[in-house]
Design a protein around this ligand. Structure first.
Ligand code: PLP
Length: 376
């Protein structure tokens, strides 16, 4: 990788780490006999998607109709939009249904009725179930409304009620790995309870969040797994004990713009518009990223952990002892392991691989000023 090409915050991606994260999850699902339908909202990249294809993945999850379209145009033909159905997008969803097998999610009878009224094309449909996260979906024990949804969907022959879908995002609040496993177990038991109450044995149970997908060995009674973040991991997962530093596949390379050894602070070009404002508490302190050394082949850890302790729109402030900071001057690069890689990748809008090549992102819309043909 030619580090002199990096002028502004640039998201580096290590393909070897990402593909090894993919292989691990593919093998785990294969061993458990579970369908692997990875969530592509983390990387949003056709090039990265091709690594999943190489690993035998055929069905994918996305979080918007635009993201579905981006991957369908790239040849993906089995796409679950794991976001509650939005009737305003119905015409576009019908268009997509002509191009690929589309699975939609409805959170309850009102959405199901609107979908049933409007649908003229074939859709698979899953009921979004809330097993404890509290974000969206029908309560897991609301059998009455779940039965209503089944009845409404059965009234339109274009719609195939095929499963129950949940995202147990409450695993992100767990304080240790055992708690993650307990939340996962409770969530899958609740999903199975609802399927039994509905009495429709053909419904699949689809779940997927990176903490439980990474830690749980006994998958139990689920049919499909949809984690997304695991391909890159990040500081949030690292600090919760979900992954190791060696599993993290993305780092934001940020130019140093000031060193303040007297105040033990280093200023970098790398703020909320590059990393996102997501934070995590480590040792009772709120931090916005973990610093690493950038090398021509990628990155390596510092001997001690140094964090971004303050973040504004463009600036990041790393707390670092003067002795370590003496290795740096303005114009040097320092890497930042992001707190939440999905948001950071979304903001970056493109990747530089550690082998020097590039990778697309759905949000590739960066403005590159032309100064004699280049941003020199
Ligand atoms: N499925 C749904 C519906 C989600 O909202 C998400 C993430 O928010 C995922 C799957 C993937 O979870 P994770 O980001 O923990 O891998």
């Amino acid at each position: 990788m030619d580090l002199s090409m990096i002028k502004t915050p640039t998201l580096l991606l290590d393909r070897d780490i990402a593909t090894s994260n993919i292989s691990r999850m593919v093998s785990k699902c294969y061993r458990a006999g579970v369908i692997f339908r990875p969530h592509f909202k983390t990387h949003q990249s056709r090039r990265v998607a091709s690594w999943f294809r190489d690993a035998g993945v055929t069905g994918i999850t996305v979080s918007s109709s635009i993201m579905a379209s981006y991957f369908i145009e790239d040849g993906w033909t089995d796409v679950t939009i794991a976001f509650p159905y939005n009737p305003r997008e119905h015409a576009f969803l019908e268009y997509l249904s002509g191009k690929a097998r589309i699975t939609l999610t409805v959170p309850g009878p009102v959405s199901a009725s609107l979908l049933a009224e409007k649908s003229r094309s074939l859709f698979d449909v899953m009921l979004k179930v809330d097993t404890g996260y509290g974000r969206s979906g029908l309560q897991w024990n609301d059998t009455e409304n779940a039965k209503k949804v089944a009845g409404i969907l059965a009234g339109n022959s274009c719609l195939n009620f095929c499963g129950l879908l949940t995202h147990a995002g409450n695993t992100y609040q767990a304080s240790n790995p055992d708690e993650v496993i307990a939340i996962y177990t409770e969530s899958t038991l609740r999903m199975n309870y609802l399927r039994d109450q509905l009495g429709i044995g053909s419904l699949i149970i689809s779940t997927g969040d990176t903490p439980s997908a990474s830690l749980v060995e006994e998958m139990g009674m689920v049919d499909e797994l949809r984690p997304g973040n695991f391909i890159f991991y990040d500081l949030m997962q690292l600090s919760a004990g979900i992954c190791a530093t060696k599993d993290i596949a993305v780092v934001m390379a940020c130019p140093v713009v000031d060193t303040m050894p007297g105040r033990e602070k280093m200023v970098i070009h790398g703020g909320a518009i590059h990393l996102s404002k997501d934070s995590v508490i480590i040792n009772n302190k709120r931090v916005f990223g973990l610093a690493v050394r950038i090398t021509p082949g990628g990155w390596t850890a510092f001997r001690e952990p140094y964090y971004i302790t303050s973040l504004s729109q463009e600036h990041g402030i790393i707390s670092m002892p003067a002795a370590t900071m003496s290795d740096f001057k303005p114009g040097d690069l320092v890497g930042i392991i992001p707190v939440h890689s999905c948001l950071t990748a979304n903001l970056a809008g493109e990747y530089m691989l550690t082998d020097g090549s590039g990778a697309d992102h759905l949000n590739s819309r960066k403005y590159h000023p032309s100064v004699n043909g280049s941003h020199a």
